[in-house]
Design a protein around this ligand. Structure first.
Ligand SMILES: Nc1ncnc2c1ncn2[C@@H]1O[C@H](COP(=O)(O)OP(=O)(O)OP(=O)(O)O)[C@@H](O)[C@H]1O
Ligand SMILES: [Mg+2]
Length: 299
């Protein structure tokens, strides 16, 4: 893996032209039947899934420094898309664009569009709070609040003004069930969330994100601080969660991208180099840069 210092976007490297036409063929349009035979691992349903997220002509600047260059990408509903690429290539930046988290960073300028369904989330007048309800986020380092397990999961609903105990109880239980944590914590609801293990805390954060019933779940390296067992629990969970949610996951772990995602997008120096079906990307990528990266020959 490359260090951040080596891969800053200012590096004077030759940058391949971004592949702007890669994503619609894989995501928006059903693949021709003949191609399915080449892709034995693909669940055919992902090829015909409607588009959930669309990124169009997205450029992002931190002050005068451009971090994303004309990104065009589609994410299909009820699928998992993995963002991969060397440190500093813009994965987290793009992920944060999907729920307008970059709005919170001073000096950020964005042009282009991000649509959830048909609505452009950067349109003036968009209610950012309700947007973030539609797009839950889970971070690299689990960040439970110093509150009880119960209150962590109920947090988003309480903020929305839900007071009915029965509704809260039901939402807490079903979210913990969905996050694969219920059995481990059902008798510990009043204990501090900070008493949980790292892997449990990360699943708690997933439960907290699920409790407000989002459509999209954004995960930025959710397993990077976890051991292999906790990691495989999260990967199993992702497999279950995509039945209900659309998931975008940033990962540095190539095996994880290959195991957990339906589609993969490879970024380099702020540009989307290539995106498409994961097994195609990992077995027969179109771009040499992608191949070099996924085979560890990069740099
Ligand atoms: N708040 C910020 N202010 C200024 N520049 C930033 C900010 N956040 C990120 N950048 C720059 O934008 C570029 C992309 O960063 P980003 O964090 O999106 O990369 P990444 O692909 O997520 O990297 P990593 O794999 O290390 O997490 C980098 O050059 C980084 O230094
Ligand atoms: Mg990052």
């Amino acid at each position: 893996m490359q260090s951040g210092a080596q891969m800053e976007i200012d590096d004077p490297r030759i940058v391949p032209e971004p592949v702007t036409s890669a994503e619609p063929t894989a995501v928006a349009a059903p693949a021709p039947a003949a191609r399915l035979a080449d892709l034995p691992l693909t669940n055919a349903a992902v090829l015909t899934s409607p588009t959930m997220l669309t990124v169009e002509g997205l450029n992002l600047f931190y002050g005068s420094k451009q971090a994303l260059f004309d990104v065009n990408l589609k994410v299909a509903k009820n699928t998992v898309m993995a963002f991969i690429g060397p440190s500093g290539c813009g994965k987290s930046t793009l992920l944060r664009c999907l729920n307008r988290m970059n709005d919170l960073i001073e000096g950020v300028r964005i042009d282009g569009e991000v649509r959830i369904g048909d609505s452009n989330i950067y349109e003036p007048g968009v209610d950012v709070i309700s947007l973030r309800k539609r797009t839950g986020m889970v971070f690299q380092k689990s960040n439970p609040f110093p509150k009880s397990i119960y209150e962590n999961v109920a947090y988003g609903l309480r903020i929305q003004g839900v007071r009915d105990r029965r509704i809260l109880d039901e939402a807490v239980e079903s979210s913990l069930q969905a996050a694969g944590l219920w059995d481990e914590v059902k008798d510990r609801m009043r204990e501090s969330a900070l008493s949980l293990s790292g892997g449990q805390q990360q699943r708690l954060c997933i439960a907290r994100a699920l409790a407000v019933n989002p459509e999209v779940l954004l995960m930025d390296e959710p397993c990077s601080a976890l051991d292999p067992i906790a990691t495989s629990r999260i990967e199993e969970l992702i497999f279950e969660l995509k039945k209900k949610f659309t998931i975008v996951i940033v990962t540095h772990n190539m095996q994880q991208a290959a195991r957990a995602s339906d589609f993969t997008a490879f970024f380099w120096l702020g540009k989307l180099i290539e995106s498409g079906l994961t097994e195609k990307m990992f077995t027969n990528p179109r771009e040499r840069t992608t191949e070099d990266y996924i085979t560890g020959r990069f740099g």
